[in-house]
Design a binder for this molecule. Structure first.
Ligand code: C2E
Ligand code: CA
Ligand code: CA
Ligand code: CA
Length: 279
């Protein structure tokens, strides 16, 4: 492209400058958002498929931008990771999720406490103090460690460094459980199961989507569930949207599931209503 004529530069340059400026503006907005606490959590129930009871919640972050409205995570997490701002954002998510889950568990009483699942970025795992951050979120909130699940994506587990393994080991030693998110979409999912001390497999939505219409997807999904059982791991199916998918998964003995069929990610108030409504 460098050898092209001046005219083409004239066409190309403004749009590059524009996108560069948009990037800078977004970065400044994100810094302000961290200072002004413009983030919110949504909670999506994770349901025990055999009984329909809520076994836990996944915390999902949103950015309430003062002019642009509610921004979904995929539109700002990449920039937050690039700039390192995912570290304070992720720490806020963790503390807030633990605090809210501890409150709800207190109100529910000692039987069948809810778990809360928090997504972790690879950038957070690069920090040596991550185990301390997790530990203090638990202490401050009073949430028992066994009620916290940290979700890791396979892309994060590509990291072979010993420090990464040690950090995950230190988090596990607290009693926190680890889940592999989007299982089956990565390059060598099975290798990670051997290398990392995970407790839970989250079967990617793409398998669940096709379970009713593509025989191979159904076979693969059942295979992943059986693999989980053989390794004594919990299996969670993601993105269940209809009764047909639910019955296939329940028949295959998938332990847990989440998706719009049960509930979308809910505001704190709506989640509270769902948990404590008079039945
Ligand atoms: P994820 O961890 O795989 O989360 C599941 C996503 O699927 C959520 O999107 C959820 O709203 C959506 N979902 C749940 N059930 C259904 C369904 O039945 N159908 C469909 N079509 N979608 C469903 P969301 O909230 O937009 O989050 C997108 C991604 O952003 C998450 O994917 C996760 O990778 C990331 N993310 C969200 N919150 C955080 C966070 O606090 N920290 C980090 N590092 N990443 C986060
Ligand atoms: Ca997740
Ligand atoms: Ca997922
Ligand atoms: Ca389908």
């Amino acid at each position: 492209a460098k050898k092209k004529g001046k005219d083409q530069y004239a066409v190309f340059e403004p749009s590059m400058r524009e996108s560069f400026q948009r990037h800078l503006e977004m970065e400044a907005d994100l810094r302000r958002a961290v200072l002004r606490h413009e983030f919110q959590l949504r909670f999506q129930p994770i349901v025990r498929l055999a009984t329909g009871e809520i076994s836990g919640l996944e915390a999902l972050v949103r950015w309430q931008h003062p002019e642009r409205g509610m921004i979904p995570p995929l539109d700002f997490i990449p920039l937050a990771e690039e700039t390192g701002m995912i570290v304070p954002i992720g720490e806020w998510v963790l503390r807030e999720a633990c605090r809210q889950a501890a409150r709800w568990n207190e109100r529910r009483g000692p039987e069948a406490p809810l778990t809360v699942s928090v997504n972790l970025s690879a950038v957070q795992l690069e920090r040596a103090d991550l185990p301390d951050v997790v530990s203090s979120a638990l202490t401050e909130s009073g949430l028992p460690a066994r009620c916290l699940v940290i979700e890791l994506t396979e892309s994060l587990l590509v990291d072979h460094r010993q420090e990464t393994l040690d950090r995950l080991g230190a988090i596990k030693a607290l009693g926190v459980r680890l889940a592999i998110d989007d299982f089956g979409t990565g390059y060598s999912s099975l290798a990670y199961l051997r290398r990392f001390p995970v407790d839970i497999i989250k079967i990617d939505k793409s398998f669940v989507d096709d379970i009713g219409d593509v025989p191979a997807a159904a076979s693969l999904t059942l295979g992943i569930i059986q693999l989980g059982q053989a390794l004594q791991l919990s299996t969670v199916a993601e993105g269940i949207e209809d009764a047909g998918q639910l019955s296939e998964l329940a028949d295959g003995n998938c332990e847990l599931g989440q998706g719009y069929y049960f509930a979308e990610p809910l505001t704190t108030d709506a989640m509270q209503e769902l948990l404590f409504r008079e039945s």
